[in-house]
Design a protein around this ligand. Structure first.
Ligand SMILES: [Zn+2]
Length: 116
């Protein structure tokens, strides 16, 4: 009798945890959707501003697409890698062990100075 009661308690506990996990997964999915929409909006804004800047430069100073391509290639290669991105260098923080990308001097997570 006691054993059955114990088993029922264990089952209820597992069911509670499963329900909590399901709710947490749903909450995380909503958060991810919100972040995704915000990122899309930020990217759209950056693309728009870049387009406006490029058209101003090209109209007022006679620059052409080839000039832009050349500058993009030059900036891309500043980190030594032609990958279509800026600052792809990666360092492992000696303070917390996390990976740090980009050109930061200090770890984003713990502030430890990064050795690049
Ligand atoms: Zn760190």
């Amino acid at each position: 009798m006691h054993w059955e009661f114990y088993q029922q308690q264990v089952i209820r506990g597992v069911e509670r945890k499963a329900a909590e996990g399901t709710r947490e997964a749903a909450r995380l999915e909503r958060d991810l959707t919100t972040v995704s929409v915000e990122l899309r909006s930020a990217i759209d804004k950056i693309v728009l501003v870049n387009r406006a800047l490029w058209e101003l430069l090209s109209e007022r100073h006679g620059l052409e697409e080839a000039d832009l391509d050349k500058k993009i290639e030059e900036i891309d290669l500043r980190d030594g890698v032609a990958d279509g991105r800026m600052g792809t260098s990666e360092a492992t923080c000696a303070g917390c062990g996390r990976k740090a990308r980009g050109e930061r001097a200090n770890c984003l997570y713990c502030g430890h100075a990064l050795d690049r």
